[in-house]
Design a binder for this molecule. Structure first.
Ligand code: G1P
Length: 297
């Protein structure tokens, strides 16, 4: 019987240099889409997929993340006294059960593969998920849940994937495809950030993974790859070399690259327009400024 996926790793050690100076004191995972931090979307998606243990791989300067998931008794008391029940409910949704979260430090920025490897003892001998909070995916059924359901049929390891334009492949891990059946792609190879014109397909890896615990051994063996870092993609590629199955899952949903400024702003606008309390006022404002831009041309 396949083991259920109940643990997820959240690599949150990155410096967030693309968002300096903000990230000098605010971890980028705390930056908000409207009023919810990026990390909250990742946690909600994991919970929906049945994850019970949340493993954060952090680094220096990320203690605001630990505080964010803690209880806030003083704040809760004042909200209770003021009868602000809705806000109290919102706040309660952010606190986690005792023992559900673990924090591990990645002492040096050696890459995503190394960050995942840092959590090897907490993962033990179970399949686990990895969620990159920079990749925010808006979907009716949360992306990781879609993947867990597909994984129950396939086993092996699985990465989320979507098509990107050929000029963009060099920013991603890219799949070498053996065959496709519906949303499931059977993969025969994987390359991290291929040089322009050398990508094996235009199916990019997006930041959701379900991995076999055996990957930890390969993470221990790989050499530095793209960008001089230990790459998760390279360890997954080794899985295939050793005869284990790896699948890509073409999820249903819209992915925003919140690791880039343009992607982050697009997500902010899209999420604001989804909100009942903001839709009308904010939508009207957008229409107005777009009209002004057109007449100014
Ligand atoms: C990471 C992974 C890459 C993946 C990407 C998705 O790259 O290494 O394989 O395609 O996330 O967002 P990064 O964006 O951290 O350079």
């Amino acid at each position: 019987m396949k083991r259920k996926v109940t643990k997820a790793i959240f690599p949150v050690a990155g410096l967030g240099t693309r968002f300096l100076p903000a990230t000098k004191s605010v971890p980028k995972e705390i930056m908000t889409l409207v009023d919810r931090p990026l990390i909250q979307y990742a946690i909600d998606e994991a919970r929906a997929a049945g994850i019970k243990e949340f493993i954060f791989v952090t680094s220096r300067g990320k203690s605001a993340l630990e505080d964010y998931f803690d209880q806030a008794p003083d704040l809760e008391n004042s909200l209770r006294k003021a009868g602000k029940d809705e806000l109290l409910k919102t706040l309660k949704e952010t606190s986690m059960d005792s023992g559900a979260i673990a924090y591990i430090r990645q002492h040096r920025p050696l890459g995503l593969g190394h960050a995942v490897w840092c959590a090897r003892r907490l993962v033990g001998n179970e399949p686990f998920a990895v969620i990159l909070p920079d990749d925010v995916i808006a979907a009716e059924k949360p992306c990781l849940q879609q993947m867990v359901e597909a994984y129950e049929e396939t086993g092996g390891s699985m990465v989320a994937t979507m098509e990107v334009s050929p000029e963009k492949t060099s920013s991603y891990g890219v799949l070498d495809v053996a065959s496709q059946t519906g949303d499931v792609v059977t993969v025969k190879g994987m390359v991290e950030k291929p040089a322009a014109g050398t990508a094996p397909s235009n199916l990019a890896v997006i930041g959701r993974y379900i991995l076999s615990p055996k990957i930890m051994q390969n993470l221990n063996r790989i050499e530095k790859g793209a960008g001089g870092e230990l790459q998760l993609t390279d360890a997954i590629a080794r899985e295939m070399d050793e005869g284990r199955d790896v699948f890509g899952y073409r999820f249903d949903g819209k992915r925003y690259d919140c690791g880039s400024k343009a992607g982050y702003l697009q997500a902010m606008v899209a999420f604001a327009l989804e909100r009942e309390d903001l839709r009308d006022e904010f939508g009207a404002y957008l229409t107005e400024i777009m009209a002004l831009r057109t007449t100014a041309r």
